[in-house]
Design a protein around this ligand. Structure first.
Ligand SMILES: *Cc1c(COP(=O)(O)O)cnc(C)c1O
Length: 324
């Protein structure tokens, strides 16, 4: 794999830790890769992508980055922090204005300018925000939704290389997938590095019929960018979409249970939107016998924990925890 230029933002390698009490209860060896500890403004998977994206923005002479996401977007929070670290302005085009708590509070603390949009108008409003910046004499750099173009995804090919260098070779990697960049990078890296384990994305929102072709196309582009072009087909991509039906950001009883179980069994905090849904999926798949006895399953923690403190989620979780 080519070494693409990086703007250093992350504390790497992130630790891999055993989850002994959950492992004993589930009957297989469960590990966690702590990308919630990437170290940039509460961490998360977007920090790795932003190392490559910010290097590109700086190489292009940008003085502002723009991106888009949900009001509680972890991607936007990490982009705001990355921009601050690089001395760039940051303009965020966010969907749905809730109360400024959780990630949205952090966007403000980190100095990002926030504008509001809707799902339908998102891409047009992002383009417009960039045009306005250019008309004001700025040099804007557009980061796509989730940081998920081939450049952002390449970070997860390197992340798989990092995991293998930690001498961890799981039979299955389970993680939350949404815009698909994380999964595209992992499958691209797996092909280039000869990793043969399963790479199972638990969809938090999109149907598998949408995600598989998207991830396959992005993985193909990512291997090309890494200098070793390979072809991926939708059937090469493992997506479990059985837990996506409630919709993006909807906290269900299954996620509440997973959050409490991981917290109380292992002292590990997962988030209400992504890792909570993926962990709930993992627990349900385990109950269905999807993992062999004695197999090694790695749960890739992609971050998102500031969402625990977002208004709405915090109240629901306090009830689930028996505090109120
Ligand atoms: C963005 C995000 C994901 C999904 O990653 P994609 O690359 O968009 O598929 C998973 N977990 C968390 C916490 C995220 O913020």
């Amino acid at each position: 794999m080519n070494a693409l230029p990086r703007f250093p933002l992350a504390a790497l390698p992130t630790p891999v830790m055993p989850l002994p009490r959950l492992s004993a209860a589930l009957g297989f060896r469960l590990l966690v890769k702590r990308d919630d500890l990437t170290g940039l403004a509460f961490g998360g998977n977007k920090t790795r992508k932003l190392e490559l994206l910010l290097a590109d923005a700086l190489a292009q002479g940008a003085d502002m980055v723009l991106t888009t996401g949900a009001a509680q977007s972890n991607h936007c929070r990490q982009t705001a922090a990355a921009a601050a670290r690089a001395g760039l302005a940051c303009r965020l085009v966010l969907m749905k204005p809730p109360k400024p708590s959780g990630n949205l509070l952090l966007d403000g603390l980190l100095g990002a300018e926030v504008r509001w949009t809707t799902r339908e108008r998102r891409d047009a409003d992002l383009a417009h925000a960039a045009e306005e910046a250019a008309a004001d004499g700025r040099k804007p750099y557009l980061i796509p939704y989730g940081g998920s173009n081939a450049l952002g995804a390449a970070a997860y090919a390197y992340a798989l290389e990092e995991l293998l260098a930690q001498e961890v070779v799981p039979d299955t990697i389970v993680f939350a997938t949404s815009s698909g960049g994380t999964q595209a990078g992992l499958v691209a890296g797996a092909r280039l590095l000869g990793f043969r384990g399963r790479i199972l994305g638990v969809s938090v929102d999109e149907p598998a019929g949408v995600l598989k072709p998207r991830v396959a196309a992005l993985a193909s582009q990512t291997t090309a960018l890494l200098g070793e072009p390979a072809d991926f087909r939708p059937e090469d991509i493992l997506v479990e979409d059985a837990y996506a039906a409630p919709g993006y950001g909807v906290l269900t009883g299954a996620e509440e249970t997973a959050i409490l179980r991981f917290a109380r069994a292992e002292g590990l905090l997962i988030d209400p939107v992504y890792t909570g849904r993926a962990a709930a999926g993992l627990l349900d798949l385990a109950a269905q016998g999807a993992f062999r006895k004695g197999e090694t399953v790695l749960f890739w923690h992609t971050g998102g924990t500031p969402g625990l403190f977002a208004e709405g989620y915090a109240t629901r979780l306090a009830e689930a925890a028996g505090l109120i």
